[in-house]
Design a protein around this ligand. Structure first.
Ligand code: ZN
Length: 219
């Protein structure tokens, strides 16, 4: 595959170059035929407690071979319904992820403890990746130690982005800029301050994140 942007909400110019999050649908007209690839999930902000219909639609989407992952779903302490409702919806989605054997993309705001606790408790086979990670190296390593991956966008902690092992590097736009912008930023942070235009380093990062995305999505 050629996915370099592991999380966005915008169809990329080159179909298949990004994993496009579509919530619980629908898929944009013609996008399947054009070769776009998707993740689908019930965002914590959209959880209501009356989620049966949304989850039924999600199950249908997960049957499609072009829907490669479940998400974004997760926890947000600043926005959305009560923690209890968010956790119920999350656990149901972990079950779907396991049933369809598709990994999860998580939205987590100030509640990494819940994710770690549930990873330990539920012992899923599928991988989980927290998108838009802004935490420090210590938090990142705690997540890695519990088998949870992270991806970096424009907003991040540079020290974490510098320290992440190449084999675990994931980058994303979240629909906010071209992916090349994030790749060049990462090249400067990871290789040196002074690398000229950095194009050679950017190419090696691009290759690495594409391989990592393949491994994450096609396990
Ligand atoms: Zn997003």
């Amino acid at each position: 595959m050629k996915i370099v942007d592991i999380h966005t909400h915008v169809l990329p110019d080159e179909p298949g170059a990004a994993l496009v999050c579509i919530g619980c649908g629908p898929i944009p007209d013609g996008a399947l035929e054009q070769g776009h690839l998707f993740s689908a999930g019930l965002h914590p902000w959209d959880v209501t407690g009356d989620d049966a219909e949304a989850l039924r639609k999600l199950g249908q989407l997960l049957e499609l071979p072009q829907v490669l992952a479940l998400g974004e779903c997760g926890f947000d302490t600043l926005k959305g319904p009560s923690h209890n409702l968010q956790e119920k919806a999350f656990i149901r989605q972990v079950e779907l992820s396991e049933q369809f054997r598709k990994p999860m993309i998580l939205h987590v705001v100030r509640d990494f403890d819940s994710v770690i606790r549930l990873r330990k408790q539920l012992k899923p086979q599928q991988q989980w990746l927290i998108h838009g990670f802004c935490g420090g190296p210590q938090q990142m390593n705690q997540l890695y130690a519990n088998g949870i991956l992270v991806s970096f966008g424009l907003k991040h902690n540079p020290e974490s982005l510098r320290q992440v092992p190449s084999s675990r590097l994931f980058l994303e736009t979240d629909g906010k800029c071209p992916i090349q912008e994030v790749i060049h930023l990462a090249a400067h942070i990871r290789f040196a301050q002074n690398i000229g235009d950095g194009s050679q380093f950017a190419k090696s990062i691009e290759k690495q994140i594409r391989n990592n995305a393949d491994r994450f999505l096609l396990q």
